[in-house]
Design a protein around this ligand. Sequence first.
Ligand code: ADP
Length: 394
Amino acid sequence: MTTSLLLATALVVLHFWWQSRYNSTKEALSWLRRERDQLEQERNEIRKEVGSQQNALFDSMIEGVLLLDEKGRIQHANQTLLKMFGLTAERAVGSTIMESLRLHELEAMLHFLEHKSRIMGSEVNLPGQEERQLSINAVSVKDAEGIHSGFIMVFHDLTRIRQLENTRREFVANASHELRTPLSMIKGYVETLIDGAKNDHKSLDRFLLTIAKHTDRLTLLVEDLLSLSKLESETDRLDLAEVSLVALVDGVIEEFSSKASKQGIQLNNNLPKNLTLQADENQLRQVFFNLLDNAVKYSVTGSHVTISSKPGLSNLLEICVEDNGTGIPQDALDRIFERFYRVDKSRSRESGDTGLGLAIVKHIVQLHGGTVWCESIQGEGASFFFTLNTALSA
Ligand code: ADP
């Protein structure tokens, strides 16, 4: 009896002991489960944050970036790349290169990357309304076990650099051509003098005068080229000071007065007397000098050249140099500000013009925050307008 009682008691105690162990184990398990879920959630949040940081980084790049999986399907394309190819992320992600970018060269690069680890600076033309030149770097990505897991492609847009290279090349070719003409004339006359013409006094004088004329032309060309290159290298260095426009223009008119009066051309300064603004005085003088030089050069006897101004939009002052000379044909109006562009090439070269005067004007006006343009009716004259920012401060 006692034994059975003891046994029953022991069984009851054992039951409660197991019950309490079971409960505490269950609690521990559910705590562990909760911890695991929380950890998983935190990990997901971190993953999401890293992902969005990565996307923000990719999207801030000026290069186009393309991430592809091991089968060549697009996993991510940054904003620059989408813009380059005119795509949306929805269309690009999940598609192959041929489905969305449609460039055989890119597909060939992926095949190449199956055997090689990287491709550097491969150039591809992107057809379209405006053809673009792209340089592409691409790598094949491997995971920790060395198994191929995808590709990364980085696209640099070279179009602007190529355009600049072309402009520079054209400029060097034009400048060399312009320099060669007076040089070959000088060489020709010097050789003729050496060959005996020096003994004939009449020829000697005539040839020396021609040599002097071409030397002047060379000097003018080199001076204008130097001015342009100086303006380009000092992009935002203006020597600003308070300038009285009317006094500055009076000074320039003075320089042309004898030439103008010989040709019967009247020069009028109609600028308001008390007009002052912050500008680089020497550069602004050069603008008026070049415009007046042209106005006098292309004017006819009995005509007049007038300089006037009126307030423009916001802080701009609009200045006009107007003549009633030969004028400029409509189709040349957009081109006259290009370097070395001349409407009448033979007349211009003969008179020693460099074709750089208006390019210099445009540069200086732009440095002052303004724009320059021309309106003209051929045979009736030309009006050159430019704006100056009156709110510049030293
Ligand atoms: P250039 O040294 O030949 O004068 P510019 O750059 O000053 O070079 O001018 C470019 C061309 O614009 C000139 O060759 C000329 O054909 C035309 N041009 C400029 N100003 C005038 C003007 N006031 N009237 C007529 N044509 C002009």
